[in-house]
Write a new protein. Structure first.
Length: 70
């Protein structure tokens, strides 16, 4: 079971793909709507918040983040 992975709020996401371009672990793929999709949550590095920090829409939160912070 994955304990840590990003969750994208598509109401906030602009589709800028910064998160997709930033993450070196292949967690995201491009969805049919042109926005990133979390297709490989198992590749995400526990406690990494890199993609969330660079998202200027603050559209990414993390499953497993008890504080819910960004
Ligand atoms: S960085 Fe944020 S706004 Fe840009 S595609 Fe990713 S989730 Fe969407
Ligand atoms: S939290 Fe880190 S490893 Fe996980 S998707 Fe974002 S940048 Fe990639």
């Amino acid at each position: 079971m994955e304990r840590w992975y990003p969750i994208i709020d598509y109401a906030q996401c602009s589709g800028c793909m910064q998160c997709y371009n930033f993450c070196p672990h292949g967690v995201f793929e491009i969805g049919p709507d042109g926005k990133p999709k979390v297709t490989h949550p198992e590749n995400c590095v526990e406690f990494c918040k890199g993609c969330g920090k660079i998202c200027d829409r603050k559209a990414i939160t993390f499953f497993g983040d008890k504080k819910g912070g960004k």
